[in-house]
Design a protein around this ligand. Sequence first.
Ligand SMILES: Nc1ncnc2c1ncn2[C@@H]1O[C@H](COP(=O)(O)OP(=O)(O)OP(=O)(O)O)[C@@H](O)[C@H]1O
Length: 318
Amino acid sequence: MDLAIDAQHLTREFTVRRRGAGRSVVRAVDDLTLRLEHGEAVGFVGANGAGKSTTIKMLTGILTPTRGEVAVLGRRPVPERRHLAREIGVVFGQRSQLWWDLPLQDSFEILGSMHRLSPGAKAARLERLVAGLDLAPFLDRPVRQLSLGQRMRGEVAAALLHSPRLVVLDEPTIGLDMISKEGLRRFLVEDRAERGTTLLLTTHDMADVERLCERIVVVSDGRTAYDGTLAGLRSSLRTPRELVLDLAEPRDALVLPGGVELLAVEAGGIRHRVRFLAEEHSAAALIAAISAQVDIADLSMAEPAIEDLVREIFARGA
Ligand SMILES: Nc1ncnc2c1ncn2[C@@H]1O[C@H](COP(=O)(O)OP(=O)(O)OP(=O)(O)O)[C@@H](O)[C@H]1O
């Protein structure tokens, strides 16, 4: 079958020298199989050190696998890296492909020439990217003067300038405020809908996965721990949500619906922390039940972090 990404039994080991302890081998990716059809959008998530970046480096031809087979858009990433670069767009959140001392616009000109885009094609694509990512206010500014959110939008534009068929984004929203995140997500959804690109995205933010991806692959210790829909992951895990309530007046105890667990009463009865399962209670009904008893001054809710979901997968031995 013709796949956008076809990685089978990928393994990558690093030899590390430990002072006084000789050499040891770290297996960053361990027999990982990852297959994406053309046009699919997949969130590739996992805890720190799970092996996501190493996998992406193997897919994009930066690292050679120790073992396993990999084809990306039908090409072998390392020997055919130059060819592949014309068809894929990559953003590594921590690294830049822009020229720091030049105005943002100049980076696009250089990249356009590197990709041998015709002046007409470059102008049309840039117009779309500038409008979609709202780049106009800072196109003339040197990249080093841009805020993180502005730079990241510039990075995404740089990666998408040559209209790649496959887009690989490593932590594209890290450190961005909510408005920048939403703007970036909206554009990525639109661009994908227009061009039918394949998307592989690593992130620590579940909202990125929810907005951008139909499928989620969870990696843990270099191996696939889950591969399916995000809804399927959440419902199969029954992860608890935590609600923190600050009351207008102190109370020793609240009457909680069955199955809702009291975690703590703090600040002399003002702050109450409770835990519940999303499958058993809706947050709205729970808040309504509590506000029928007391005045709530403030509240916040914590969703399970990706790290918690990953831990849960292993706790149940999946
Ligand atoms: N060049 C290297 N030399 C030695 N060990 C490495 C090297 N690169 C990665 N590792 C190790 O491989 C493991 C996987 O790292 P990787 O960067 O792929 O994880 P990650 O899932 O991308 O993590 P993060 O979310 O923190 O970016 C880690 O234990 C890391 O320390």
